[in-house]
Design a protein around this ligand. Structure first.
Ligand code: KG4
Ligand code: ZN
Length: 338
């Protein structure tokens, strides 16, 4: 089975060709970073226009790299939401057009399901597993019991982790996109233990997250230090922020593992997914936790953590081989909880 995947829900235009033998035949991503950087964040209207301009060319490139024609495809999958609606419409309409012209099945994929199932594309991971999904818009702990079977154990009561990274980067004067820049600054820190930040929710019952207090604490430090920070202060504060986030995520995961094991005594893997899963400090903290708990730890390669179309093609395959597809009148969904 060979499937074309399309991703256009945020600021990455992406197309990929993936097989049910877990082979990524092509995976092309065009970041719109330069279009949005002057505005310090993603501008939905600019994103939609950029997707429209580049998507056809990217699909042609992916098909050429995979060495196939449209006639060789078994299905077309596109992100159907959640996300910036203008972009989602561009991806969905393009996928429908190909599907209609070639008489192929169309699969509308939930972007979060794409992140959630990536580990099964890259590693031998069986259901059930415990998933920490951490991206720009989402922060959830889910028991993944099968395709389409997700049980939420915890979520954020305010900001998503990626959002906290992005806002902290702004406060520190690091720019956009925040996550990778905070990670780089933290790696340069000479005194990472200098700042102590509050650890929201640490030790509290349940598996929910909260990050707005942490962001406020960073702001207070920045103000106390005079607003514009010398490099050394900025790097130390970035390191404190990153270490605190890693600690809080590990604490919440430890609680979720306990609950997960009550329902699934036979165990399962701890999987991390979403853009923030690209962070090496967070990965290594979670890997330590998994080892301590006797669980397999799976984190997809960095380029499959951030937004890409291989994960959309793969989620399409997972659903399509269970006999699922979507009608051509599927309406793009700006909101679509898992
Ligand atoms: O999954 P993703 O590419 O897009 C969404 O679906 O949201 O995640 C993007 C988020 C951004 O907030 C970005 O700052 C964060 O992931 N991110 C990181 C890193 N790379 C990306 N956060 C921390 N460390 C990183 N290395
Ligand atoms: Zn994403």
């Amino acid at each position: 089975m060979i499937v074309l995947g399309i991703e256009t829900s945020c600021d990455e235009t992406a197309a990929a060709v993936v097989t049910d033998a877990r082979e990524i035949r092509a995976d092309v991503v065009l970041s719109q970073l330069d279009d949005h950087t002057p505005y310090g964040g993603v501008v939905p209207e600019i994103a939609a226009r950029a997707h429209l301009e580049h998507l056809d060319g990217l699909i042609r490139r992916a098909m050429a790299e995979a060495g196939i024609g449209f006639g060789d495809l078994d299905a077309v999958a596109a992100t159907g939401g959640p996300g910036l609606i203008g972009g989602v419409i561009v991806g969905v309409m393009t996928a429908k057009a190909i599907a209609a012209a070639r008489g192929l099945p169309f699969v509308a994929v939930n972007h979060l399901e794409g992140h959630a199932l990536t580990a099964r594309l890259t590693d031998d991971v069986a259901f059930p597993y415990l998933l920490l999904l951490v991206s720009g818009g989402h922060c959830q702990l889910l028991a993944v019991e099968g395709v389409g079977r997700y049980r939420r154990l915890g979520t954020t009561i305010d900001d998503a982790v990626g959002e906290a990274f992005d806002k902290t980067a702004k406060l520190l004067g690091l720019g956009y996109p925040g996550g990778p820049l905070v990670e780089k600054a933290a790696a340069r820190a000479t005194n990472p233990a200098r700042f102590e930040l509050p650890r929201p929710m640490l030790g509290r019952p349940g598996c929910d997250f909260s990050f707005s207090g942490l962001k406020t604490a960073v702001r207070r430090h920045v103000e106390e230090l005079g607003g514009v920070l010398p490099d050394a202060d900025r790097d130390d504060l970035a390191a404190a922020f990153q270490a605190t986030v890693a600690e809080v995520l590990a604490d919440r995961c430890a609680r979720a593992i306990r609950r997960f094991k009550e329902d699934h005594p036979q165990g399962g893997a701890l999987v991390v997914a979403g853009g923030v899963a690209a962070n090496k400090a967070i990965r290594s903290r979670l890997s330590m936790l998994a080892e301590k708990q006797g669980m397999q730890f799976v984190a997809p390669p960095l380029r499959l953590c951030t937004d890409n179309a291989a994960m959309i093609a793969w989620a399409g395959i997972e659903r399509f081989r269970l006999g699922e597809s979507d009608p051509l009148n599927f309406a793009p969904r700006p909101r679509w909880p898992l």
